[in-house]
Ligand binder design. Structure first.
Ligand code: NAD
Length: 316
């Protein structure tokens, strides 16, 4: 078991802290914003309750034990003192991360492993040379206590032994690491999700389909096969000859790269920014965000249980 510091107690930080604590690691979490910091214990306790309700938490945990296992700190120095692993989960801003890595270099034990949860930023140039051998990306998905995938990504100078140790740590959390050969923004799942987003923005902006229809196409059309086959095993079932012919026909052209979507801008201008605002592409019927997150998590946990029972295609 390790002593692990998490820097940033927002959406991802508190969730990663929960996963680590439930698997026996000593966790310290540091967050600069006092309101966010004060919310961390309650958010973790609520997520624990959701997991317990679904029978998906280890035995013997309650909010008091959680509070003893995850120390919440206002300052960086006590949070990282003696930590073997530091996970950076602060705002996705290059300059903020640059400043933080400078501080981490000053304050962390010389042999600490420095991991970043960044989604897209190449953080390796921000990390001092002497720390490169023990620096990597460990990228969780939200909510980290339900979605098992963790991307483990070396930088140009990362010691392969560090990658192997962090891969093993993720396996020990009951999660599923994938190890990339090198850094690429968005890794695998987020890149595929970005490609889906680009296509969806095109369909909406060009008035070809409504939000509900697009989500029906995804839920009723794509989703059923993906949990069992992923994408490449599905191609094997389609037949690679047909896959090759479809490619050669050239009838699909991906949308050109875009930096904005008119339909998205219009929603945001109306204050329809999503679940937290009560409305986005859909109207969430005045339900409190906490309720909606809880309802989503219950459904995700039920799906995860069903998927575990069904399993992926043998041989893949
Ligand atoms: N939201 C997601 O779905 C998701 C998924 C995977 C990875 N990520 C990545 O994880 C990181 C955090 O994302 P998030 O969604 O949790 O953001 P968030 O805004 O919810 O949380 C970030 C927190 O970091 C705090 N912070 C900023 N500077 C700090 C500092 N120097 N020390 C301590 N705390 C500081 C902020 O006050 C904020 O509460 C980002 O790099 C993001 O790209 C996000």
């Amino acid at each position: 078991m390790m002593e692990i510091a998490i820097v940033g107690g927002g959406l991802m930080g508190h969730g990663i802290a929960l996963v680590l604590a439930l698997h026996g690691h000593g966790v310290r979490i540091t967050e600069t914003d006092p309101e966010t910091r004060a919310r961390v214990p309650g958010l973790m306790a609520s997520a624990l309750a959701t997991l317990q309700e679904a029978g998906a938490a280890p035995d013997g945990w309650d909010s008091a034990r959680l509070a003893r296992s995850v120390r919440v700190e206002a300052d960086l120095e006590p949070a990282v003192a003696g930590a073997g692993l530091v996970i950076e989960a602060i705002t996705e801003n290059l300059e903020a991360k640059r400043a933080l890595f400078g501080e981490l270099d000053r304050l962390c034990p010389a042999d600490a492993i420095l991991a970043s949860n960044t989604s897209y930023l190449d953080v390796f140039p921000l990390i001092p040379q002497a720390r490169q051998a023990r620096a990597l990306v460990m990228h969780w998905y939200t909510p980290p206590y339900i979605v098992d995938l963790v991307d483990v990504v070396p930088g140009p100078g990362t010691d392969p032994a560090v990658i192997a140790a962090m891969r093993d740590l993720v396996v020990g959390l009951g999660q599923v690491p994938i190890v990339l050969k090198r850094f690429i923004p968005g890794y695998v799942a987020n890149r595929i999700q970005s490609a889906i987003s680009a296509e969806v923005f095109r369909l909406l902006d060009e008035g070809i389909a409504e939000p509900r229809d697009i989500d029906d196409a995804i839920i009723q059309g794509l989703s059923l096969r993906i949990p069992i086959l992923g994408h490449l095993a599905k191609a094997d079932f389609t037949g690679l000859d047909l896959t090759r012919r479809a490619l050669a026909n050239g009838s699909y052209a991906p949308p050109p790269a875009r930096t904005r979507s008119e339909t998205l801008d219009a929603l945001c201008a109306e204050g329809r920014t999503g679940v937290m605002a009560g409305r986005g592409y859909f109207d969430w019927g005045g339900r409190a965000p906490a309720d909606l997150f809880r309802a989503r998590d219950r459904k995700l946990l039920a799906l995860k249980k069903a998927m575990a029972g069904i399993g992926r295609m043998e041989g893949t």
